[in-house]
Design a protein around this ligand. Structure first.
Ligand SMILES: NC(=O)c1ccc[n+]([C@@H]2O[C@H](COP(=O)([O-])OP(=O)(O)OC[C@H]3O[C@@H](n4cnc5c(N)ncnc54)[C@H](O)[C@@H]3O)[C@@H](O)[C@H]2O)c1
Length: 446
């Protein structure tokens, strides 16, 4: 099928490449000319396992093209995907400017019927807004062309985006239009052979399903973080509690890791947008408000502990930070807990030496040159000359460090672990103090 994807970010690029890989003819359109030029030259702008060979192979096969030419994109696709960003507006609502801009672009250039498929995460009612926008432009052009607006939210996980798109758990399609349903069933048939993954529903339910899914996952994280805080105060160990809790198949082990709070480009903005939607219709989302406020507190926790350990000021102290990306296997630092940590450490007067296996360029782009930040080429280099270590992202490479060397490198022999990577008994045997989440701190053993 001929497919056009507007937006070549984490969602659009991966989805475009995966659709091309099963034989569809895909054009990806982006307004970012530098990004398009890079993609045309075979450079992949994001870190996502398996993406580079997939893009290159399909580009070489002529099934995947990149352009800034919106008119060409609109002419090409019988299905036109919207995969542009929906960042939070000042009031927390989803900013629909990019979605509606693409709607106007499509309506400006279309000369035959189109099916517009919205993959961006958008509030309930957005499909109607997109349809209104398209209708108005068509009216001004004085042309009568049929079109449908379908909701097809994306559930991929950054860090496993290619695998998720190739083998989706479910394909939610929100439309009541038989022709659009037929087109999407045909498009996704190659992903739907083992068993039926398609969940058909009306467009509003599809829009809400995406927010409900992310809100549920954020709730699990805030729940376990709340239990971790309780565990500390009650003298329990959250890691034991987690294992006891997750073994119940009704609960499961996923998303009950205590830590430094949820971050990334989706959960914080989607929880906020859903709160905003609820409040805008006079509904008080008690649970979502609590999920958000627990998370706000949680992402300050590690910094608060480090600062408290040093008596309120970090002047003259150097803190090594392991992990900048919001989670492993990505370079995405949008709303990353590391950013909150770094800001607090700097505000308290600390110098920071940081390392991340994938997000160094992104960190350089975000923070620029500053005297109080050294970006280091390896985890060990980050420890050199540091007083203490803070761990923010659970990359595999941080899981089995050389504790003896760590104890030797860190002047104050302190590890503040926001991801509970280590067994307290093991690490403290090396003379390191260890403060983690939801477990009794072990300080001053050396
Ligand atoms: N990142 C994820 O893990 C994920 C998962 C599921 C859903 N989503 C949702 O998918 C949407 C896209 O997310 P993302 O992370 O891929 O965003 P992103 O910021 O990585 O990419 C968005 C892209 O859209 C482009 N763009 C903006 N306006 C445009 C226009 N008028 N025409 C063409 N391109 C335009 C931008 O230049 C950018 O390249 C969001 O609504 C997000 O909530 C994201």
């Amino acid at each position: 099928m001929k497919v056009t994807v507007f937006g070549t970010g984490y969602v659009g690029l991966v989805q475009g490449a995966v659709l091309a890989d099963v034989g569809h003819d895909v054009i990806c359109v982006d307004v970012d000319a530098a990004k398009v030029a890079a993609l045309q030259a075979g450079h992949i702008p994001i870190h996502e396992p398996g993406l580079e060979p997939l893009v290159k192979a399909n580009q070489a096969a002529g099934r995947l093209r990149f352009t800034t030419d919106a008119a060409q994109g609109v002419a090409h696709g019988e299905l036109i995907f919207l995969a542009v960003g929906t960042p939070p507006d000042e009031d927390g609502s989803a900013d629909l400017q990019h979605v509606l801009a693409v709607a106007r672009t499509i309506a400006t250039h279309m000369t035959e019927p189109k099916t517009i498929v919205n993959k961006s995460t958008v509030p309930v009612g957005t499909a109607d807004k997109v349809a209104d926008t398209v209708r108005k432009v068509l009216e001004t052009r004085r042309v009568a062309l049929a079109f449908e607006v379908v909701s097809n939210p994306e559930f991929l996980k950054e860090g496993a985006a290619v695998a998720d798109c190739k083998r989706p758990d479910r394909i939610v399609i929100g439309t009541r239009a038989p022709q659009a349903e037929r087109q999407l069933r045909e498009l996704y048939a190659p992903f739907n052979r083992n068993h039926d993954r398609i969940v058909m529903m009306d467009v509003r339910s599809a829009e809400l399903t995406k927010y409900a899914a992310n809100a549920m996952l954020a709730t699990k994280i805030s729940f376990i973080n709340e239990m971790a805080n309780l565990a500390e105060q009650l003298g329990a160990d959250i890691e034991d509690v987690r294992r006891g809790l997750g073994s119940d198949p009704r609960i499961g082990y996923h998303f009950i890791y205590p830590g430094v709070g949820y971050g990334g480009s989706c959960f914080p903005k989607d929880v906020k947008a859903l709160i905003h939607t609820a409040q805008s219709i006079g509904f008080t989302p008690d649970l979502l408000l609590a999920v958000e406020s627990r998370n706000d507190a949680q992402r300050q926790l590690l910094a608060r502990r480090i600062i408290a350990h040093y008596g309120g000021s970090l002047r003259g102290k150097t803190i090594a930070v392991w992990g900048l990306a919001f989670k492993p296997e990505t370079d995405d630092m949008r709303e990353a807990p590391s950013r909150y940590l770094l800001q607090s450490l700097w505000a308290a007067g600390a110098q920071v030496r940081a390392h991340d296996p994938a997000a160094m360029d992104e960190a350089r782009r975000i923070f620029g040159e500053r005297d109080d930040l050294v970006l280091c080429g390896s985890p060990t280099e980050a420890l050199e000359g540091a007083d203490a270590l803070a761990i923010v992202t659970e990359w595999k490479i941080f899981r089995v460090p050389d504790f003896a060397q760590m104890a030797h490198a860190l002047h104050d022999r302190m590890v503040f672990d926001g991801r509970n990577l280590y067994d307290p008994e093991t690490i403290t045997r090396f003379g390191l103090g260890y403060v983690s989440i939801g477990r009794a701190p072990v300080v001053g053993m050396s």
